[in-house]
Design a protein around this ligand. Structure first.
Ligand SMILES: [Zn+2]
Length: 403
């Protein structure tokens, strides 16, 4: 074997071992050899180097010792690397510092009118937020291996460019501006794609080759994993599930069309429809200008039948759309997440009923639909998870995003 080939083979073997340890959590060398098909000598060799580098660590097995000897298990060293994630929304910027296994070390949400401010100003604020969050995690900038930015809209991650975002300059150069200020490798990716990749490496998508993530919040977003890979489409503008029209001439959507999934199921749509219903009432009318989606959810939960109907209709449209996705992709799992999960059964019980109604039994039986809890910092955690996936990535994967 040529030396170059030998180096490459070792890199692939090393990736397979690291990946097996990540997927298993804790695993012995013997089990790694069995799972990867590598010899025990090779596993011993490669893991010894990874322990020296501080990427993995040894720990005694919690199980009963067999024949007097305690088995030694291997796991990832959470402190092997730290990365930071940034999520830019129209009205706020979220930050999270995470360790090598995706645990959040510190987080921060700053109210920033990103859609109205000049890009240089937004980049300055991001720099301040990142430095604050890193210090809060008791780390220095030199400890940070990379920064990931998640933003809604059309993002060409491989070229590091935004084709369209809600920022003031929609063809934003925010990635290079932030990279210059922080002096670390910086990546940019569509926010729903970041969350999807983070789920694949650290969350409910771990070990699953075909799954979808649907995010319900200010909008309805989506990420697609097919055969273990994130699917981006020909021009990186695919997976716009939220703007699929399901009701001809239906409710107006912020994209300019009518009857999109988002125009019924996202927070903004639910709030707009609630205001319309409440404005027609004579008695017990709340202050409509101050009404929030949390208020609407609470009132619906307390039994307001008009508001419950809005959630029900949103859930039915969402379910109708998800039934379509299941018929096309036949995924093993669909993870529904985002701030919109606060609605609980108001939205998701009708969604599940609609999925069953619009699918035949065989199709419905394959896909497990999971509603995942959501935290304020989960978008930023997703952007950080995307950077970690770049650190972990297989040497066989050539589609590296721009740094
Ligand atoms: Zn739309």
């Amino acid at each position: 074997m040529k030396p170059a080939n030998r180096t490459f083979t070792r890199a692939v073997n090393r990736f397979n071992i690291l990946n097996t340890i990540r997927e298993s959590g804790r695993i012995s060398r013997v089990e790694i050899a069995a799972k990867t098909g590598q010899s025990r000598a090779s596993v011993t060799n490669i893991t010894a180097a990874m322990i020296r580098e501080g990427i993995i660590r040894e720990e005694p097995c919690r199980c009963k010792p067999s024949r007097g000897r305690k088995r030694i298990m291997l796991s990832l060293n959470p402190e092997a690397a730290f990365v930071v994630g940034v999520k830019i929304s129209a009205f706020q910027v979220g930050f999270a510092v995470v360790n090598f296994v995706g645990d959040v070390m510190s987080s921060l949400v700053m109210p920033v009118r990103a859609a109205e401010r000049e890009e240089e100003v937004v980049a300055d604020l991001i720099e301040d937020g990142v430095r604050h969050c890193v210090a809060d995690a008791k780390l220095r900038m030199e400890d940070i291996s990379g920064c990931g930015i998640g933003v809604s809209g059309f993002v060409d991650s491989a070229a590091g460019k935004c084709l369209w975002t809600p920022l003031k300059n929609s063809e934003s150069h925010i990635r290079s501006m932030v990279a210059r200020r922080l002096g670390v490798d910086t990546y940019i990716e569509n926010d729903a794609n970041s969350v999807t990749v983070a789920s694949q490496w650290f969350g409910l998508g771990k070990g699953i080759d075909n799954f979808l993530v649907v995010t319900v919040e200010h909008g309805v977003g989506m990420g697609i994993v097919v055969d273990g890979k994130l699917y981006r489409g020909a021009a990186c503008i695919g997976a716009e599930f939220g703007h699929m029209v399901l009701v001809p001439n239906g409710e107006p959507c912020r994209c300019g069309k009518k009857g999109c999934v988002e125009a019924y199921a996202c927070d903004g749509a639910l709030l707009r429809r609630a205001r319309r219903i409440l404005s027609r009432r004579r008695l017990l009318k709340p202050d409509l200008d101050r009404l929030t989606i949390e208020d609407v959810t609470r009132m619906a939960r307390e039994g307001d039948s008009g508001l419950r109907r809005i959630f029900r209709e949103g859930g039915i449209i969402l379910g109708q759309g998800i039934a379509g996705l299941i018929q096309i992709f036949n995924p093993e799992r669909i993870i529904v997440t985002g701030d919109g999960v606060r609605a609980g059964d108001l939205l998701f019980a009708p969604m599940r009923r609609a999925v069953r109604k619009y699918l035949n039994k065989e199709q419905a039986a394959v896909t497990d639909i999971v509603i995942q809890e959501w935290n304020d910092f989960d978008w930023a955690r997703g952007a950080a998870g995307f950077v970690l996936s770049e650190l972990y990535k297989s040497p066989l994967d050539k589609s590296r995003p721009a740094r």
